[in-house]
Design a protein around this ligand. Structure first.
Ligand SMILES: Nc1ncnc2c1ncn2[C@@H]1O[C@H](COP(=O)(O)OP(=O)(O)O)[C@@H](O)[C@H]1O
Ligand SMILES: [Mg+2]
Length: 331
């Protein structure tokens, strides 16, 4: 009998925006085509798939749900604990699941909490301050302009535009004011801007963890992005290109992969994840964030990078599932 995998995920069509004032409410959600792609890969690996969908569907189906494991891609809605909601419920009901647990989801979604862990593990990350209101825009003496103003717990470049890069105190204050007015009371993370190249490193497995080949970001054919950032309006822009293998020497490639593994372990990431980097003009890498729920879209790193490592997307998904089964001792 093939094992049965329940599949939890969020697609925009299942969650009305309820008149929210900004257009990026569902930016983190998967497209239906990504879900179809993942489902096909799970089936190719020899499993039976039960489509569940979002948290509401899961709660309705729970009483009668018979699965060996859940493949969880739910982003959730709301607080910095939104990605933890499904893992914690599954844990409560004793249902095994693929991917990180609630603690890791919340810890990493909150970029400031994650940076505190990076600092304690000596993982390089840009200098920063967190602010809850404009009154906190003091004590910036340890930081140099240009800086970047980000939301503390968002993903998918939400809240990032050209105005996010600020070159003086006035611009910083204006952009902070702007974000508070759009996103309410969400605290902000202000970081030193790392001018240079950008990479992301996908990882699979637990013991051992495999760091896959890094993927390099080019914008309008440039890999030296200087002070350009990956803004929200670039997410679907054809001017953004992912290059894999990256056009860098082995020394930097090894450094990125090694740091990616250390970051993954530092936050107890499980089964799969992805670490985002900037590298300055002296080849110093800085970890921006770790994503325990990275995009599995065929256009993204989890498709490109396995190919450079010598296997395909389907194999990557099957390795992720194998890692989870092994962790639970399920054969
Ligand atoms: N400190 C920084 N220096 C340079 N670019 C940055 C910095 N922080 C973020 N960026 C840019 O903004 C993008 C999104 O930032 P990131 O922290 O990865 O948040 P998200 O969760 O939205 O992906 C990055 O891919 C990068 O282009
Ligand atoms: Mg990122």
């Amino acid at each position: 009998m093939p094992k049965t995998i329940g599949f939890t995920y969020d697609v925009a069509a299942d969650s009305p925006t309820e008149g929210k004032p900004f257009s990026d409410v569902h930016a983190e959600f998967d497209s239906q085509s990504t879900i179809d792609f993942v489902k096909a890969a799970i089936e190719t690996a020899g499993y039976k798939v039960i489509l569940i969908g979002n948290l509401n569907n899961l709660l309705k189906m729970l009483p009668d749900l018979k699965v060996d494991i859940i493949f969880n891609l739910c982003e959730g809605l709301g607080s910095r604990n939104r990605e933890a909601q499904v893992p914690v419920i599954l844990e409560t009901f004793g249902i095994p699941y693929v991917g990180s647990d609630g603690l890791t989801m919340s810890l990493t979604l909150d970029k400031i909490m994650a940076k505190k862990i990076f600092a304690s593990e000596k993982i390089p990350t840009p200098r920063y301050i967190g602010i809850d209101s404009l009154d906190d825009l003091i004590n910036l003496d340890h930081m140099n302009f240009p800086m970047i103003v980000k939301l503390r717990h968002e993903g998918t470049s939400k809240g990032l535009s050209k105005k996010s890069v600020v070159y003086n105190h006035k611009e910083l204050e204006n952009q902070a004011k702007n974000l508070f007015s759009i996103y309410g009371t969400q605290p902000l993370l202000i970081e030193e801007l790392i001018a240079g190249m950008e990479f992301t490193v996908p990882l699979i497995g637990n013991d051992p963890v495999e760091a896959l080949p890094s993927v390099q970001v080019a914008i309008k054919n440039n890999v030296d992005l200087k002070d350009t950032i990956y803004t929200f309006d670039l997410v679907y822009d054809p001017g953004v290109e992912y290059i894999c293998p990256s056009r860098i020497d082995k020394e930097l490639e090894d450094k990125l992969r090694d740091l990616a593994v250390r970051t993954y372990k530092a936050v107890d990431c499980r089964d799969f994840g992805r670490v985002d980097f900037r590298v300055d003009h002296n080849n110093n890498p800085y970890v921006l964030e770790i994503n325990p729920l990275p995009s599995l879209s065929p256009e993204d790193a989890f498709n490109l990078s396995p190919q450079a490592a010598g296997y395909d997307y389907n194999k990557a998904i099957s390795k992720i599932i194998d890692a989870a089964f092994k962790r639970y001792g399920i054969n």
